[in-house]
Design a protein around this ligand. Structure first.
Ligand code: IPE
Ligand code: IPE
Ligand code: MG
Length: 246
């Protein structure tokens, strides 16, 4: 495949984050219920996870369910939770074969007990895997994450565990759900929407963005490689001048 051979494996994003959007519109286009779109979205999840591991991405984070998504109709929320449980059961083997470690971010306590149990099981069975960390953002909201971090830091200050003066970026980082992950290098959002929807606000401070007008169930291996090739053509200056980078 020619696109794959255009990827420079020396310059991969260390952390790729994807906002998987457009399942509902995909289903509607075919005159089907939204659930049909979500089911087909899981196929894109599987191929994307496998292809990211194949090319050597070390950290992949997928936005699967936001804090705001709890406001969707109950039936749709139930469908998504059932799909999460069945996908975890079905794909444990894929994670094991590919040496992928499962991780989660978000307020898992809000998930149904059966989903929590399945997640803990897959996390446990993949905890020693080393090729790639797959993080699922579930019941995740970036503002909630930051508020939790601030509360935990404030408690430590109150109890004289840390001083106010010692609070810096690294301390805040350590109190986020993503404390074990590097900053995001590349964010991909499908479906043509150009927004962040409360995803990893702190962690994307210097991320590159790639918006693609393809609905998530249609997101293919080629689309993934195109996004990475686009990322590799960019100059990341981090505030410096172009001359300083070269
Ligand atoms: C993304 O697809 C999946 C979730 C947010 C859970 P959507 O369900 O948002 O699909 P659209 O945006 O309505 O097409
Ligand atoms: C963002 O998609 C959340 C996920 C992909 C899980 P939404 O479809 O919920 O985003 P908005 O509400 O259109 O911004
Ligand atoms: Mg959407």
């Amino acid at each position: 495949m020619s696109l794959l051979s255009s990827i420079n494996i020396e310059n991969l994003p260390k952390h790729l984050a994807i906002i998987m959007d457009g399942n509902g519109r995909w289903a509607k286009q075919q005159g089907m219920m939204r659930a049909f779109g979500h089911e087909n979205g899981t196929k894109s999840v599987k191929t994307t996870v496998e292809n990211c591991a194949k090319i050597g991405i070390e950290n992949l984070t997928l936005y699967a369910f936001s804090t705001e998504n709890w406001n969707r109709p109950k039936l749709e929320v139930n469908t998504l939770m059932k799909l999460l449980i069945s996908s975890l059961k079905k794909e444990l083997e894929t994670l094991v074969i590919n040496n992928i470690k499962l991780n989660t971010i978000g307020n898992l306590e809000k998930l149904p007990k059966s989903a929590q149990k399945e997640l803990l099981e897959v996390i446990g069975k993949t905890k020693n895997n080393t090729r790639m960390t797959l993080t699922l953002a579930l019941s995740y909201g970036s503002r909630e994450e930051i508020i939790n971090a601030v509360k935990n830091i404030a408690t430590k200050v109150k109890n004289n565990i840390i001083s106010i003066d010692s609070i810096d970026e690294s301390i805040l980082n350590k109190h986020l759900y993503t404390h074990n992950l590097p900053d995001v290098d590349l964010v991909i959002r499908t479906s043509g929407e150009h927004r962040i929807s409360n995803f990893l606000l702190w962690q994307i401070a210097y991320a590159e963005f790639y918006f693609i007008d393809v609905l998530w169930p249609d997101f293919s291996e080629e689309h993934l490689y195109e996004a990475i090739i686009s990322y590799q053509k960019r100059e990341r200056r981090f505030g410096k001048t172009s001359e300083q980078i070269k």
